[in-house]
Design a protein around this ligand. Structure first.
Ligand code: PEP
Ligand code: MG
Length: 873
């Protein structure tokens, strides 16, 4: 039978797909004997059929609804529309996933000119009867008929004014009758028919309105933000009303079984005497804290505490419970798993394990890995944020919260920072030359660029807050100002940026520093016990490496050596190398860089101890190191004492139409093997030195970027391995190192078996692999990918989460081919995806050995890797 409507006694918690979260939980509570007002649930299936049938309710559904209604009437001995003992119901939405406040609710349905009198007679409280009636008319008109709410508010306020009433509660029954009558007139004027008197008609109109609310704008937006599919539909819960506003022995409230902000195991909530649920939310009267209920109604409080315990034990999670007290009797209206901060989520999960209510695995699955970000970075004070003025929104490129003065160039940022100022670096977009300024800044804001733009990648690496691609701000770097919404912000003005939301604010906002509590450490320990994937970090400096080790990194998966080349002290020698006219000049310049590069590696090895360190040979196009405009070329030609024209023509020569697909990666080492030689020397000599001096068992792994053809790898191998072996044998020290490659050109995935002949390890560079598989420029895609997401062509940016169907398929093929040729080949990933939970799960599934991500994502990766392992079991 195609059953579409379920009384509470027919449902259970496991039926969330069909009954929605609220309906399933109401059924579950009713079945375990809790005092739940009786009712029934119209299923999500009915909602989907309603849409399939062109938004109409059909006769079979009507029959089923009325059948359940008459069952309900019999059970509670009240009747819809009855002149003596009328049934009133609430009609509420309830989807599978809770969408708080996103859909609609109608209370007191069933009231009309007759039943209102019966309510008066039965309760002896005329004011209550008419107060309920006017609330119903307003809610029904708003939710079901879309009449603007303010029109009702205006009438209500004018009657209050005429009757000199300060509070709603000052209006007596007569006044409320006037309200009802004027509301009905308004209804008739707007809808051109009378307010429906027939409760069954009211009910069906309300059910339709709840179905419709599944598709209202705020519900759609909520679903998009929270990745909830559009095709689930909502259920409709029809439940007999209980009233918290029937006098001083009545009331209503909401409570969490633990503190949703801190996780502390203590009831947390509030209640109001003589009120309906909406009064608590509306903030008209200030509710009292839940403990006070113990003073006002000790018996009820005791009963509520028992119910709360029972519900928490039953669901094995912190519950958010709504209750009503009607004439001294407690009713539970709703329970659901409570929403909570990351901090609270971790404490609750860990303590539930300690209380032996859930397993470690369950605790690990309860935490959304990306939530951990909230704990690792400073955050804005939530009260201060309420007062703050948002001025723009960009991409949340690197989490954290920063406040500081605006500077528009790296130099100005460095200068200001040296003078003790807090700096926000604002750029059109950043380039490698800005590194120092970025390092000194508290936060980075760019007008252009996506989630894998230079600013985003580097900021994440530094654990620095960054908002990228904030297109509504127009940056005038030369004039030291930016303009947004017509307002000008000048150098040294204060702004605040939130890298977790992408919001930009005017002025200063107070912040909280992160605190890594014992619960956090405990959870991470459990994650480490369970996960199979190792977690490494992408780090280019000892500082980042040390930070990453603190967060639990087990090695470096990517050290990008180009960042070292951009160091202020080295740039002259690097430029000398680039414009050298012959190999001898170039070698002389490289000689100057060698000791500095060696020192870099010494620092990194010392920071990492005996953990593996993957160092990638130089990758960026050379022109990035040279000045671009005439004035800068002139200055450099003076500095270097070389001819302006010669320098200019070298700059021209190096210019590329598409540098991302140009002379970079291993292609550089093929043209200039001396660069690879110098880097190998620095890597190996530093390792020998650290092993000799500190006795550390250093484990370097030399990695060649952008290989697409095995002969590229072989060519460079002949240089690197020959030199490395020579240096090691001359040193008389035993040192093991590995030689491997990045897999980031699609062709490499197709010929991975050939490549594995020469490579002892593969590291997937999924930034470039995504760029080249889709043909989307990493630096430009940010401009249009949002459109793809809005138009539902992409669910998520493929630069953020691995595109399993395409890029993922290539990876899988490379894994299989690589292992076929070399069964013990070491496999990892070092693209940005290595820190993204769903991509980490994929890496687990295809059998990689490790993921590598920026230091601040290491704990997230540890948890995501553990979750992947739990899911597999
Ligand atoms: C990659 O392409 O994924 C990668 C890690 O290298 P980069 O981002 O430096 O190009
Ligand atoms: Mg790359």
């Amino acid at each position: 039978m195609n059953k579409l409507v379920y009384s509470f006694s027919e449902g259970k918690a496991a039926m969330k797909d069909l009954l929605g979260g609220k309906g399933a939980n109401l059924a579950e509570m009713a079945n375990i004997g809790l005092p739940v007002p009786l009712g029934f649930t119209i299923s999500t299936k009915a909602c989907n059929m309603y849409y399939e049938k062109g938004q109409e309710i059909w006769s079979e559904l009507l029959d089923e609804i009325f059948e359940k209604l008459s069952e309900l009437e019999k059970k509670i001995n009240k009747k819809f529309g009855d002149k003596d003992n009328p049934l009133l119901v609430s009609v509420r939405s309830g989807a599978k996933f809770s969408m708080p406040g996103m859909m609609d609710t109608i209370l007191n349905l069933g009231l009309n000119e007759e039943t209102v009198k019966a309510i008066h007679k039965n309760t002896g409280n005329e004011r209550f009867a008419y107060d309920s009636y006017r609330r119903f008319i307003q809610m029904f008109s708003d939710v079901v008929m879309s009449i603007d709410k303010y029109k009702f508010d205006n009438i209500f306020e004018s009657i209050k004014e005429n009757r000199k009433a300060n509070y709603d509660t000052d209006l007596d029954a007569d006044a409320l009758k006037e309200v009802v009558s004027r509301f009905k007139t308004l209804y008739k004027n707007e809808i051109k028919s009378d307010f429906p008197e027939d409760p069954k008609e009211q009910l069906i109109l309300a059910v339709k309105a709840v179905f419709r609310s599944w598709n209202n704008e705020r519900a759609n937006i909520y679903r998009r933000i929270n990745n909830i599919p559009d095709n689930l539909g909502t259920a409709v819960n029809v439940q007999s009303m209980v009233f918290g506003n029937m006098g001083d022995d009545s009331g209503t409230g909401v409570a969490f079984t633990r503190n949703p902000a801190t996780g502390e195991r203590k009831l947390y909530g509030e209640f109001l005497i003589n009120a309906q649920g909406e009064d608590v939310v509306a903030g008209i009267r200030t509710p009292q804290s839940i403990e006070k209920l113990n003073e006002v109604m000790p018996e009820i409080y005791k009963q509520f505490v028992q119910v709360a315990d029972l519900l928490e034990n039953h669901y094995k999670d912190m519950q958010d419970i709504e209750f009503t007290i009607e004439k001294g009797k407690l009713y539970i209206l709703q329970t659901r798993n409570g929403k909570r901060t990351a901090f609270s989520a971790i404490r609750v999960a860990v303590e539930l394990v300690q209380e032996e209510k859930i397993t470690k695995e369950e605790a690990l699955m309860r935490i959304e890995p990306s939530q951990l970000d909230q704990l690792l970075h400073p955050t804005f004070d939530s009260n201060a944020l309420k007062r703050a003025m948002p001025i723009a929104k960009g991409l949340p490129a690197s989490p954290g919260a920063a406040t500081g003065r605006i500077y528009f160039t790296a130099e100005a940022a460095v200068e200001a920072s040296k003078n003790g100022e807090k700096v926000i670096l604002v750029r059109q977009e950043t380039s490698p030359e800005d590194i120092e300024g970025m390092l000194e800044a508290r936060g980075i804001l760019t007008a252009r660029g996506g989630m894998t733009s230079h600013a985003a990648v580097v900021a994440r690496g530094m654990g620095k807050c960054c908002v990228a691609g904030c297109e509504s701000i127009k940056v005038y770097e030369e004039e030291k100002k930016f303009i947004v919404n017509g307002k000008i912000y000048n150098e040294s003005d204060y702004i605040s940026i939130d890298g977790s939301t992408g919001n930009v604010y005017e002025g200063i906002i107070d912040r909280h520093e992160p605190e890594l509590s014992g619960h956090f450490g405990q959870l991470m320990e459990w994650a480490d016990e369970i996960r199979r994937l190792r977690v490494r970090t992408n780090a280019d400096s000892p500082k980042d490496a040390i930070q990453a080790v603190k967060f639990g990194a087990e090695g470096i998966g990517l050290c990008r050596t180009e960042h070292m080349f951009f160091d202020e002290a080295r740039i002259p020698a690097v430029r000398e190398m680039i414009i050298a006219e012959d190999i001898n000049q170039r070698k002389a310049a490289l000689e100057k860089i060698l000791p500095m590069q060696r020192e870099d590696f010494v620092g990194i090895y010392e920071a990492m101890g005996d953990r593996p360190v993957t160092i990638r040979l130089l990758d960026p196009p050379l022109h990035e190191f040279l000045p671009h405009n005439g004035e800068d070329i002139m200055n450099l030609s003076r500095e270097m004492k070389i001819n302006y024209d010669k320098l200019k023509s070298r700059v021209e020569e190096l210019k590329e139409f598409n540098p991302m697909l140009g002379h970079r990666g291993c292609r550089l080492a093929i043209t200039y093997p001396e660069i690879a030689e110098m880097q190998t020397r620095a890597i190996i000599e530093a390792a020998i030195q650290v092993k000799k001096d500190k006795g550390i068992d250093v484990k370097p792994e030399i990695m060649i970027p952008l290989v697409g053809e095995v002969k590229e790898l072989t060519f460079i191998k002949n240089i690197v391995v020959k030199l490395a072996d020579k240096l090691i044998s001359e040193s008389g020290i035993e040192l093991k190192y590995m030689y491997g490659t990045m897999i980031e050109v699609p062709r490499a995935t197709l010929v991975a078996d050939e490549i594995a002949v020469d490579a002892e390890f593969f590291s997937f560079g999924t930034n470039d692999l995504t760029q080249m598989t889709y043909g989307f420029s990493r630096d430009d895609a940010g401009k249009f990918i949002k459109e793809y997401i809005d138009k539902k062509i992409f669910e998520i940016d493929p630069f953020q989460a691995i595109d399993r169907k395409g890029v993922g398929k290539l990876m899988k093929m490379a894994v299989e081919l690589g292992r076929k040729e070399r069964p013990n080949i070491k496999l990892g990933i070092c693209g940005e995806h290595g820190g993204e939970p769903t991509s980490i799960e994929f890496c687990h599934e295809i059998g990689l050995d490790y993921v590598s991500c920026s230091p601040y994502r290491v704990p997230i990766a540890r948890l995501a890797a553990a979750q992947a392992a739990v899911k597999e079991k």
